[in-house]
Ligand binder design. Sequence first.
Ligand code: HEM
Length: 537
Amino acid sequence: QDPKKVDENSKNEQLEQYRSDDSGKDLTTNQGLKLSEDEFSLKAGERGPTLMEDFHFREKMTHFDHERIPERVVHARGFAAHGEFEAYESLEHLTKAKFLSKKSKKTPVFVRFSTVAGSRGSAETVRDARGFATKFYTEEGNYDLVGNNIPVFFIQDAIKFPDLVHAFKPEPHNEIPQAATAHDTFWDFVANNQEAAHMVMWTMSDRAIPRSFRTMDGFGVHAFRFINAEGKSHFVKFTWKSTLGVHSLVWDEAQKINGKNPDFHRADLHEAIESGDYPEYELGVQIVPEEDEHKFDFDLLDATKMWPQEEIPIQIIGKMTLNRNVDNVFAETEQVAFHPGHVVPGIDFSNDPLLQGRLFSYTDTQLIRLGGPNFHELPINRGVCPFHNNQRDGYGRQTINKGKVSYQKSSFTNNTPAPVSEAEGGYAHYQEKVEGRKVRKRSESFKDHFSQATMFWNSMSDAEKQHIIEAFSFELGKCDSIDIRQQIVDMYANVNLKLAQEIAANIGVKAPETGNTDTSKKSPALSQENTVKSAKT
Ligand code: HEM
């Protein structure tokens, strides 16, 4: 495909060649052999045994037997849609990324929303973070912004991710309970990994029970880098802001809906798009010049910290509109492979140790989930620009590579693809100077786990605070270990004494007598009351 032609429809056009409308067609085997009968297997006599030579039966049954692939190890339950992103202005002064380079430039996107903890068949209005993953099909390759609807994360270092997930998934000896936050192992993990304090405040808040995928914000969570044509680097954090504003369910409602309609969120998104009521999200960026890296009372590289809007304002740079449902959930929603390492020139990584570990994890898991190294050739994952390299073979290879040379460098002329310079669009990593001893350590600057959790609490309205107390009381009240309940209550006295005392009273443990009573530091923008833009839903 001609890269110059990339616009909001180019992905749709590309997918057209893979779509198959089988209705009214002659029934055939996978080899194209027309079939005269499809209801009865081939038998030796009308009442006799089925014959081995029944290739049609064998092919049909074998394909069915292999229809399932492993569900995602996290974010298994998801729903997706196509759309477009339109840049409001040129960001050329900050990044050379072409999809952000011109006012009104449009780029096709594919977005998958998900819960994190539940299995593929689980209910949708559970208390959990929501995934918000966006694939931009740009003329320079796919750019994936793999975010959540909560701006911070439970842990600071990727090496703890398997522990975190083992703690919030159903307990392994009995697979009970399904709920992420209502059991011993989740709270045990939190008590012993207090860096989770801030994110747990968000998961106990109304943000963790969104009314709809259309009424949640999204966050890239980590610091990334923008690099401009002069090679200047700025740190950047990404935020999606729903134009409908942020709306949540209340807990009783969420539980009832889970029982009555476990497909509530997917149906809502699907119906909105079918009826032309397209969900929209504006993209915001917070920018910090590289030289200001150490000017804040938190570390920019710490994923348990947000960048308060009061200190680092959000600049709105474009809008995404979701305007087309998928044709086939398996082919598109299930087979899509997002990866925070899918970047384009002008976007680079920071040294956030959570991000650094994610850069390994996604391809690694997709190699098994999608059955080998060729999943970039699946229609939903293909870029709208061509790809050429010396990678060959493997399960499910679809490309027929011509020529005898598949290596670099070669004296056979013009036989292999060759790297291009940065000036010609070749990706070059930002040349950050790095020095240090090899250590397994957390930086001292990552050690404050409570200040922003307190700021979050202080920023809530009275109703939001009450919901947080009730959520802690409900979820922690499901933890059988009184000792762990007590540890959590004592831990949250560091966030706010009254919060801890009220939870303690509700779940029958000793109320702490001392703790944090400072109510001064707030970020009004954190309250949903200040986020809601319209009550359209
Ligand atoms: C999915 C790993 C942190 C957002 C996944 C998957 C893995 C994973 C293995 C399944 C991918 C697949 O099967 O295609 C990790 C690790 C993390 C981490 C190791 C930390 C060290 C995060 C954070 C966010 C996030 C901080 C949000 C900023 C997502 C989303 C998906 C996902 C949205 C679902 C993508 C989809 O819809 O297909 N993650 N993750 N993850 N992760 Fe993470």
